[in-house]
Design a protein around this ligand. Structure first.
Ligand code: GLU
Length: 305
């Protein structure tokens, strides 16, 4: 029976999946499945300069090797440019989008520091004054944007003060993540977003765009982000090892443990199907630690064992 729950996993093909991505995949998958929902995969291949050739296929093969089953076809953001452009047109017509001529350096020199770096000081809000347009920004306001994260609790931002008018189309001509994610979550009918808490601070920007586009706001749950021994987020930059596709069960066990699920020790080397069966029967989001970051299990579990 369809429950109406639609979840998703939205990797960026900048490299192979690592333990941190597995945690987001496992959390979003089990939340969807235990709610009788669908789980969609969206490939966020939005940023060709950062893409790694072959990574999208590798990610899908890795998900298969770990026993994930997604519903429907994979949506590739590289096929969605017309939808993003149409969304920008709507904002332009509503007077909410404007071209910006500022370079990164100009902004860094004049801006105060906000939640995620320099707050755009609004230099081009009133016009370009004969300078050449580079990026396109959406207007923000001083209103409070508040949402209740299912794990991290109540979150509030004032976008104009904390972030500033933010970029939706970049100077290099590519579309910004904030725009694409909102357009595509709506296109795919996503009702519940479960992802890493590294995106918690992006959520108010996404709520703002949902409001401007008159779209429903999904339910959000931001999972703790896995860090290495030095407290750095696992990523390509911090050299997180790729997931081992030959031995998925021990890593799946570790991801469940990381999410507070206490899988029985004797399942550590069980068949993958047995571990998934246990997970489907015992998954409880209430056991996930409500923190933004958590140390991942020791490095030997991340890659080859
Ligand atoms: N593509 C983003 C990432 O890999 C995730 C986007 C999202 O879940 O909203 O970090």
């Amino acid at each position: 029976m369809e429950s109406g729950y639609v979840g998703r996993f939205a990797p960026s093909p900048t490299g192979p999946l690592h333990f941190g991505s597995l945690v987001a995949a496992v959390g979003s998958y089990l939340e969807a499945k235990t709610h009788g929902g669908q789980w969609l995969v969206r490939m966020e291949d939005l940023d060709p300069p950062r893409a790694m050739p072959g990574a999208a296929d590798l990610i899908l093969r890795t998900l298969e090797a770990y026993g994930f089953e997604w519903d429907g076809p994979v949506l590739y953001q590289s096929t969605r440019h017309a939808a993003y452009e149409a969304a920008l047109d709507r904002l332009r017509q509503a007077g909410m989008l404007y071209p910006c001529a500022c370079s990164r350096k100009e902004i860094a020199d004049s801006a105060i520091h906000g939640i995620e770096g320099p707050v755009y000081p609004g230099t081009c809000r009133g016009g370009l004054h004969a300078r050449s347009p580079r990026a396109w920004r959406v207007r923000t306001t001083a209103e409070e944007i508040t949402f209740n994260d299912a794990l991290q609790g109540s979150q509030t931002q004032v976008l104009e003060r904390d972030i500033g008018d933010f970029v939706l189309k970049r100077a290099d001509g590519f579309y910004a993540y904030q725009l694409a994610v909102v357009v595509d979550d709506a296109e795919q009918g996503i009702t519940h977003i479960v992802r890493g808490a590294d995106l918690l601070d992006s959520t108010p920007r996404q709520l703002w765009l949902q409001k401007l586009f008159d779209l429903p706001t999904p339910v959000y749950m931001h999972l703790p982000v896995a860090t290495n021994e030095s407290g750095e987020k696992l990523s390509k930059q911090t050299l997180a090892p790729p997931l081992d596709v030959e031995h998925p069960a021990p890593l799946l066990w570790q991801a469940l443990a990381f999410l507070g699920q206490h899988p029985p020790h004797d399942l550590h080397r069980a068949a993958l199907a047995d571990l998934w069966q246990w997970a489907h029967q015992h998954w409880s989001a209430g056991r996930i630690p409500p923190t933004r970051i958590a140390k991942s299990p020791s490095d030997r579990f991340h890659g080859k064992i």
